[in-house]
Design a protein around this ligand. Structure first.
Ligand SMILES: Cc1cc2nc3c(=O)[nH]c(=O)nc-3n(C[C@H](O)[C@H](O)[C@H](O)COP(=O)(O)OP(=O)(O)OC[C@H]3O[C@@H](n4cnc5c(N)ncnc54)[C@H](O)[C@@H]3O)c2cc1C
Ligand code: SF4
Length: 549
């Protein structure tokens, strides 16, 4: 990086929130809050604080994607030759990383850098953690207790559901208590759900709807789902929520959202952050000063930025007097099984999940982790995918496609992994990114309890497939398991400053004006997709920042 750090602040009223071809990326004068990261966490914080008349500036490393290009991105996504990170321009020196440890961690498949963050290509399943997830050490004998309870987060969960726009039904007998109705009705169960339902009834396994961050009817100025089925990695219609929604509303309330502005380091004294130093595409660096800072750069870049901001005060990285920054990295792991039925399953009409089961979730203990079952609506290989696997042409190929397409079933499961200090995000000793900063080095392994749970989930999945009479069976077990794109634990929350990074107000123990909004604060992972909890915690963090200003 060449160029010098500048403090050339302007008034927010001078700007157009980064919309013009050559937007003004200079810092905002007299900012109350600087948010680093414009994923759902950062934009929910920005939206709330801008709505309370604070001067808010949001800095994001990636671009502001043009909504009109989403159809082109969808077209890229459905070509079998195109890799998923390319669809959102992830990769190259900017996004270089190293994975070491027992298992490879495919980081660039699991994130997007840009306004909206990783929700641009997420699935959009949004459920609350269960009450016992907040007290894993006491209730299950492993992991850690959170310093807050479900009841502390409950009102924020409701607000996050309204803000994001969740389609759901109160039909899950295992879900934690809720009083508020979901903002939109649930999507109806798919046809293949009805096949699973018969098998599950015979096995006494309850199925229920999936709360979805996609519009089952028009909501908040966005249209109802059009059924394109390409939700992951791109929803061309905007019916699926992503963080750019709150970037827009925050900007409409006066926040300044600056894209292509990767924060290089956080300048600080012993107890306060003074400025976020960010780079701009013209090769210069700027200093964004503010009263308060909220780091919301996701579960990997948040600890990395703190580690990159080391100083003589904090030689091991900022906010890291506990030594926990970057440690206890967690993801969920996937267990799956599938097969083929002698009838069409018709899932190709639905691109997301409509049914799951939390039946086994609260049986978790020291030996077996919480897990939930997911009934997939994916129809197996597409006709193009089938065509690419054989040597046949013409009528032979057509016959094979007819025989192989649209009759597959899959039952998946998300499984909790435990927080382990040796699983971590560190700085790579040699390799650097396009700004000369050490890239993240991911150390990842899977604990024995998670492995046992994958086997247990596979057992249940096989019982369901037996009941369905599925043939040509496959299993994704301990060896073939993969992480599920949920980065957690790397700046954990706790009441003991010697063992955690943030307190129950999401403020760092070490710095009086620095909060973190991210799944990086999760002390344990649970086995629920994390983003609704991220949203609830972000709104809670925003209230604490508001109170401090
Ligand atoms: C394929 C896929 C499917 C998923 N499905 C689900 C699902 O069904 N349900 C669910 O709950 N979750 C799901 N997730 C996870 C979900 O996307 C994340 O939990 C969520 O996006 C995290 O939000 P965040 O705001 O904390 O971080 P992110 O969304 O990662 O946003 C962080 C932002 O910070 C920016 N940033 C990073 N470093 C810097 C820096 N130094 N300076 C400035 N900006 C920076 C990045 O550019 C990015 O925009 C899925 C993820 C993937 C990849
Ligand atoms: S199925 Fe719905 S949410 Fe998914 S891409 Fe299509 S319109 Fe978007």
């Amino acid at each position: 990086m060449t160029g010098s750090a500048q403090a050339d602040g302007r008034d927010a009223s001078d700007r157009t929130a980064g919309r013009s071809a050559d937007p003004d990326r200079s810092p905002v004068a007299n900012a109350d809050v600087c948010v680093v990261g414009a994923g759902p966490a950062g934009t929910l914080v920005a939206d709330r604080l801008a709505g309370r008349d604070h001067e808010v500036v949001v800095l994001d490393a990636g671009p502001r994607f043009d909504e009109t290009e989403r159809v082109e991105r969808m077209e890229k996504a459905i070509r079998p030759a195109f890799s998923r990170p390319d669809v959102w321009d992830v990769g190259g020196d900017r996004d270089a990383y190293e994975s070491v440890g027992d298992r490879h961690y495919p980081l660039n498949r699991t994130r997007v850098k840009g306004i909206g963050g990783s929700t641009l290509h997420w699935q959009g399943m949004v459920m609350r953690l269960h009450e016992a997830d907040f007290a894993s050490a006491s209730e299950r004998g492993v992991g850690a207790n959170w310093p807050i309870e479900y009841s502390d987060l409950r009102p924020y969960y409701a607000e996050a559901e309204t803000g994001i726009g969740v389609a759901g039904a109160d039909d899950n007998p295992f879900a934690p208590p809720r009083e508020e109705p979901f903002p939109m009705p649930a999507f109806p169960p798919s046809y293949s759900d009805s096949l699973f339902a018969e098998a599950c009834e015979a096995l006494e396994i309850s199925m229920h709807s999936v709360p979805n961050a996609r519009n089952s009817e028009g909501y908040d100025g966005r249209s109802a789902c059009q059924g394109y089925g390409s939700c992951r990695p791109v929803c061309p219609s905007g019916a699926k929520y992503d963080g750019s929604v709150h970037a827009e509303t925050a900007a409409a309330k006066g926040a300044t959202v600056i894209d292509r502005a990767p924060v290089q380091r956080l300048e600080h004294t012993t107890d306060r952050i003074e400025a976020a130093v960010f780079a701009t595409p013209d090769g210069t660096e700027h200093r964004q000063e503010a009263e308060t800072f909220v780091v919301a750069a996701g579960g990997v870049e948040t600890p990395r930025l703190l580690l990159l901001s080391d100083s003589e005060h904090y030689p091991d990285g900022l906010a890291n007097s506990s030594g926990a920054v970057g440690r206890y990295f967690m993801d969920h792991v996937f267990a799956g099984a599938g097969g083929v039925l002698e009838e069409p399953t018709r899932q190709n009409h639905v691109g997301f999940l409509t049914s799951e089961s939390h039946q086994f979730y609260d049986e978790a203990d020291e030996r077996i982790a919480p897990f939930k079952l997911e009934f997939f609506n994916f129809a197996g290989p597409s006709p193009v995918g089938i065509a690419l696997t054989g040597e046949d042409w013409g009528d032979d190929l057509l016959e094979r496609i007819r025989a192989e397409y649209g009759n597959h079933v899959t039952v998946g499961a998300l499984v909790e992994t435990l927080p382990q200090a040796e699983n971590r995000v560190a700085l790579h000793p040699d390799r650097t990114d396009d700004h000369g900063n050490p890239v993240p080095e991911i150390h990842w392994s899977i604990d024995d309890r998670a492995k046992r749970t994958i086997e247990r989930a596979n057992e249940v999945q096989h019982e369901i497939l037996d009941e369905l009479g599925a043939s040509e069976r496959w299993t994704q077990g301990v060896e073939g398991t993969v992480p599920t794109n949920h980065h957690m634990g790397t700046t954990r929350m706790g009441s003991d400053p010697s063992a955690s990074v943030v307190n129950s107000s999401l403020r760092t123990h070490d710095l009086e004006n620095c909060w973190i909004a991210s799944s990086s604060v999760f002390p344990t992972a649970g086995a629920m997709n994390p983003t609704l909890t991220i949203g609830a915690l972000a709104l809670k963090a925003a209230d604490h920042v508001d109170a401090a200003l």
